[in-house]
Each structure stands twice: as C-alpha cells, then as structure tokens.
Design a binder for this molecule. Structure first.
Ligand code: SF4
Ligand code: SF4
Length: 429
C-alpha cells in the first residue's frame, strides 16, 4: 500500500506552482539579469532559477540541495527580470519563497545561525541596538580595523571588513517628529522611521518630514512601529517578517492617515506586499491588504501630489539612479525624475543602466562580496562616465553601496537621497 507522496518543500511558504507555471521560458529576462551578465550561467538567470524551483516540485531535487542554495543565494532579488517579463512572472515572490524553504531545509553552521540571529533578531528590529552597532562600526572603520580584519584571512573577519567598507562616515539617529502642514493642508500622513533609516539616516528622515510639511502635508506620530521586515523576507526569514508586519499594521492603524509614507525603496516595496505576506493568516490578511494599499514611497507621494512650494536654486550636475525596489519592485519611474526636474539650477545628465542593480540588495554585499563588487564596479563606471558631480537615489542600501564604490574608485562624486536634495534646495529659499 502506498501512502501520500510527501511534499518536496518543507512548508506552505514554498514558491507557488501557479506562479512558476506563468514562466514560458522565453528568455526575454536574461539580458536584464546582473548575475547572468557576470556569470553567464543559465542557472544564475531568472529562467534557470525558476526551472530549479520547479525541479524541486517534481521531486528531482531536494529543497536542501547545495546547488539550489548556491544559485538562489546568488540572486540579488533586484526584480529587473519582473520588469522585463512579458508574461508577468512575479519573480520576487518566487525567489523569496524558495529562500524561506532553503532556510528551513538546509542545516547551517552554528556560526551562521548566530550571525543570522544577531542580524535579524537582535539588531534590525531594535533601533537603539542597531544605532549603537552603527556607531561602533564607524569608530572601527576610522581606526583602520577593516585592513586588520582583512589581513587575518579568516572568513568571518573578511565579511566584517566588507561590512565596514559600506559603513558611512557618520550616522545620525534623530527620531521622527510630527510636524503640522505649512500653508493650505493637502494631506495627513504617517511615516515609517525604518531600522537603517532611523539609526543611520535620521537626517534624511527629518528632511523628508520638512519637505512634506512645506508642501502642505501634516506628519503624525506613530507609536509602536518597527523595522518593516524587508531584509528578513529577502533572506527567507518569513515568520520573523510576518511578526514585524503585524506589529507595523497594528501601529499604523492607530493613525487615521491618507497614506503611510516610506523613504526607503526596499522598505516600501516590502510593505506594499504585506497583503501577500499575510495572505494565509485569516486574522490578518484583510487588515494587511488594507494597510498595504496605503503605503507610498515618499517620491511617489510627493510626485503624485505635486510640489506646491517652489524649491530654491542648486547649481550642480546630477544624475538619477533608480533603486531596484523603487523601479522594479514598485514600478515607480516618472515621479522621482519629475521631482528632480523641479529643482531649479540642476543640470540633469542621463545615467547609463540607471535601472541596473548596484549590488547592494539587502545583505548581498556581505553574503556575496565578490559578485556584489563586480556589479558595483559596473555601476561606478557608469556614474563616472555620466560626468555628474552628484548621484541621486532613494534607498539606504544604494546610498551606502554606491558611496563605498565611488570612494574605492577614488571618485569625489557625492551620493545623496532625493529628499535630502529637495530639503537642501528649500534651504536656499
Ligand atoms: S532578481 Fe535580479 S538577479 Fe535575481 S534573477 Fe531576477 S534579474 Fe537576476
Ligand atoms: S521569467 Fe518571464 S521573461 Fe523570463 S523566461 Fe520566464 S516568461 Fe520569459
């Protein structure tokens, strides 16, 4: 007597067979995939990775197979393949589903388990701990610890050195403050503080609040909000991501607002997918979908609302780099460009491959340092070729990654968040 065939994936977060079936293997996505461009291997392309996920469903490969882990880990989750795909394959959901299964199925070394626990449970959800870690990292970098760690040739020490390369020269952790609208009221919003934004880019959060208020938008306090869980979801830590999502939904529901504004593209993309993340939770799925419908990137919100107060003049040659999770994850292309064009005095020059990943991709520059470096070098070369003195973007990972690449290349090009640039322009009024 034969019993039911066991499911090949450990749990219901597995990459959906329905989503996999949408792929018709046409290969239109291949030329847009950064890892395929570097490695030239089919299994490191979107089509190849989807094929691997299907092979597990066919019981021809285990969810714990080293090869599956290797090719799925090398994916940036940049979602450029989604933009290119004529069949509408939702690749981000697939790759994050696959990662959630590999995390459960594959044994990890005690050290790797410790590092994941430290990052995902002890640091990211706790802004003060993350802020202290950021300050410690900046001090270590100033003392030249990066070179010392690299010289040890110990794997984990070299990973720490890679992390120090990314650390900005300083961190600001000013908490988000409520602010009334200036002039005629045009909206009422709450804002995500964010884990990295709140502990490293606090000044950008303050700038975002000031720019919104200048344009007639009231910003209200939100008690109890936390890290959005994007990095957890990207790394396959679905239960932790769901836990953070529930806490944020409950916190933001208290604020009766028109929108929840987010100035970190990766966080916004993840929060717009809370409905999907909690779709199998009967208590939360409807609340999660209602919440997700209110999430707006700051550039999207302000771009759609339109600028009511003209910014001041800035004389600078700038170029725009699309964060992957803004362009490919949220399909936002025109609004940031329109906001940039609204700043008088800027000379805006095009950036070749502005829609390509910079290699940041959450924790990718730590987990896949060689690949991340080679993808970053391509981005830096394009920026230098553009002739701009400032590259503008809208995501903390991109800000840190591109700044670190430009520094290594000996370039003096500055990297700024679009909301900081707008705030600077208003400051010249
Ligand atoms: S998400 Fe990016 S790296 Fe991953 S398969 Fe798609 S295009 Fe390639
Ligand atoms: S993911 Fe889309 S573009 Fe890529 S092979 Fe499949 S159907 Fe074609």
């Amino acid at each position: 007597m034969t019993g039911p065939v066991p499911l090949p994936y450990p749990n219901a977060d597995a990459p959906s067979q329905e989503l996999i079936a949408a792929c018709v293997h046409c290969g239109f996505c291949l030329p847009t995939c950064p890892t395929f461009a570097v490695l030239g291997v089919e299994m490191d392309s979107p089509r190849g990775r989807i094929r691997l996920m299907k092979t597990v469903w066919e019981h021809r490969l285990g969810a714990d197979a080293a090869g599956l882990d290797d090719h799925i880990s090398k994916c940036l989750d940049c979602r450029a393949c989604e933009t290119a795909c004529p069949s509408g394959v939702e690749y981000g959901k697939l790759v994050e589903g696959a990662r959630s299964q590999i995390v459960v199925a594959r044994p990890r070394s005690p050290l790797e388990r410790l590092l994941r626990t430290a990052a995902f449970e002890w640091l990211l959800p706790h802004r003060r701990a993350l802020g202290a870690f950021a300050k410690l990292s900046i001090a270590a970098k100033r003392l030249g610890m990066g070179a010392l760690l690299r010289a040890t040739r110990v794997g984990v020490a070299r990973r720490m050195a890679d992390l120090l390369d990314l650390v900005p020269d300083r961190a600001s952790a000013s908490p988000l403050r409520a602010m009334p609208a200036r002039g005629e009221p045009r909206g009422r919003v709450a804002m995500l503080q964010g884990c990295v934004m709140g502990s490293v880019f606090g000044e950008t959060n303050a700038a975002t609040v000031r720019v919104l208020a200048r344009n007639g938008v009231e910003i209200v306090d939100t008690i109890g909000q936390t890290c959005c869980g994007a990095l957890h979801a990207h790394a396959g830590e679905r239960p932790l991501a769901r836990d953070l999502a529930r806490r944020n939904i409950a916190a933001f529901e208290q604020a009766a607002v028109d929108a929840v504004v987010v100035n970190a593209a990766g966080c916004g993309a993840a929060m717009k997918e809370y409905g999907w993340l909690l779709k199998d939770d009967p208590k939360w799925s409807a609340r999660a979908s209602a919440f997700a419908a209110k999430v707006r990137d700051a550039t999207e919100f302000l771009g759609d609302l339109g600028i009511s107060e003209r910014p001041g003049n800035i004389r600078r040659k700038v170029t725009w780099d699309d964060p992957c999770h803004l362009l490919h994850g949220q399909k936002i292309r025109s609004q940031p460009r329109a906001l940039l064009a609204a700043i008088p005095g800027l000379q805006i020059v095009p950036l070749e491959e502005a829609d390509w990943c910079c290699g940041s991709a959450g924790t990718y520059n730590v987990t896949q340092p060689e690949l991340a470096r080679s993808i970053l070098e391509r981005k830096v070369a394009n920026i230098v070729r553009s002739g701009a003195d400032t590259v503008v973007t809208a995501n903390p990972g991109c800000l840190m990654q591109i700044q670190s690449g430009l520094r290594s290349a000996g370039s003096s090009v500055r990297v700024v968040h679009l909301l900081d640039l707008l705030d600077e322009a208003y400051g010249t009024n």
